[in-house]
Design a protein around this ligand. Structure first.
Ligand code: HEC
Ligand code: HEC
Length: 295
């Protein structure tokens, strides 16, 4: 694909580059190649004359060598406008070759890791270091460099899991991704209903709330929410419905944040990494994540 909107620019660059080399060549030839050792006619202080000496040969040859180098470079590498060079070299190609080389050299190690249980890998210092590096490169943007999470991005070190914390659960999450689906309830319960629900949820965690609203909230909760969040708000790792009674919050535990979750719903998305990272790297980073909550 051309980098230019119009091929005019490509030709302009070719003209300037080639013209530059040809121009330099003739400039050099037209200036004193042979020289004449004759006086130029410039005289200072009565008897100091300027001679028209030739340029030193070694200097000229070096200059010519740079021109030859430029011509060879233009032929081999993509330097002239849209011309790709005769050997098809590209930065991307070189990068991909290097990546392939790297992968070939680490393949035996990953094969060994792949054959090891995550629970065992989680105690292997080298595997955990590798997993930690993968985590910093691909996961820290969302989960934080200490895996401590942020609003909407779960903490992965606290032993509290939306989708389960067994090695198999964690690996499944990372391989295939997860889509949190908390429907919005504004139409069904309204502001007041949400306030009552929030009071009831606060009461589950033993926090300050108004008893009257909490009682009203409990009736709605049992009817509309318990199916996913459990009769006592204990959550459901199969659906990714968070435990609402433990004071660990994905989207915030203030009355306002809880009401916002209820009224407008929440849809956290953990992207799938199977195709993108490959199952070996996912296996190793799973061991790293698992190790975080085992301390
Ligand atoms: C684009 C942001 C993003 C990236 C990148 C990302 N995650 Fe996630 N991850 C999330 C979100 C959001 C959730 C919660 C999904 C939900 O709300 O249902 C999540 C959930 C998880 C969970 C489940 C936590 C639980 O409590 O069950 C694990 C484990 C996890 N991520 C690990 C990783 C690892 C390891 C990586 C890197 C390979 C990674 N994530 C990369 C956003 C991300
Ligand atoms: C279809 C299943 C389902 C139903 C029904 C449901 N929820 Fe949820 N709820 C979820 C899921 C899944 C999440 C997590 C969303 C995410 O990961 O992005 C969630 C998240 C929440 C949160 C945020 C928790 C946090 O840690 O920040 C609150 C609060 C909540 N739900 C309350 C309710 C209430 C109240 C009801 C009833 C009116 C309800 N939910 C009904 C599935 C459900």
């Amino acid at each position: 694909m051309s980098d230019f909107v119009s091929s005019f620019w490509s030709y302009l660059i070719i003209a300037i580059s080639v013209g530059g080399i040809v121009g330099l060549f003739f400039l050099l030839r037209s200036n004193n190649i042979a020289g004449s050792a004759e006086p130029t006619g410039h005289v200072w202080d009565e008897d100091l004359v300027e001679l028209n000496n030739p340029l030193p040969r070694w200097w000229l040859m070096m200059f010519d060598a740079t021109l030859v180098f430029a011509v060879v470079y233009f032929a081999v590498y993509p330097a002239l406008g849209d011309f790709k060079g005769y050997f098809g070299w590209t930065q991307v190609g070189q990068y991909e070759d290097e990546v392939k080389e790297m992968e070939a050299s680490t393949a035996p190690l990953y094969a060994k890791y792949m054959a090891t249980d995550i629970a065992v890998l989680a105690k292997d210092d080298d595997a955990i270091k590798t997993g930690g590096r993968i985590f910093q490169s691909y996961c820290a943007v969302c989960h934080g460099s200490d895996a401590g999470g942020a609003k909407g991005f779960p903490n992965l070190r606290d032993g509290d899991w939306l989708y389960g914390g067994t090695p198999a659960d964690i690996e499944t999450t990372i391989l295939h991704g997860r889509q949190g689906a908390m429907p919005p309830w504004r139409a069904a319960v309204g502001e007041e209903g949400a306030e009552n629900l929030a009071a009831y949820i606060l009461s589950m965690g033993g926090r300050k709330h108004s008893d009257g609203s909490a009682a009203a909230g409990k009736a709605t909760f049992d009817a509309m929410c318990a199916g996913c969040h459990g009769m006592n708000g204990e959550g459901n790792t199969f659906l990714g419905a968070p435990n609402l009674s433990d004071n660990i919050w994905l989207y915030g535990g203030s009355k306002r944040a809880i009401m916002a979750s209820i009224l407008d719903g929440r849809n956290g998305n953990m992207p799938a990494h199977a195709d993108f990272l490959g199952k070996e790297k996912v296996h190793v980073v799973s061991a790293y994540v698992y190790s975080l909550s085992q301390k």
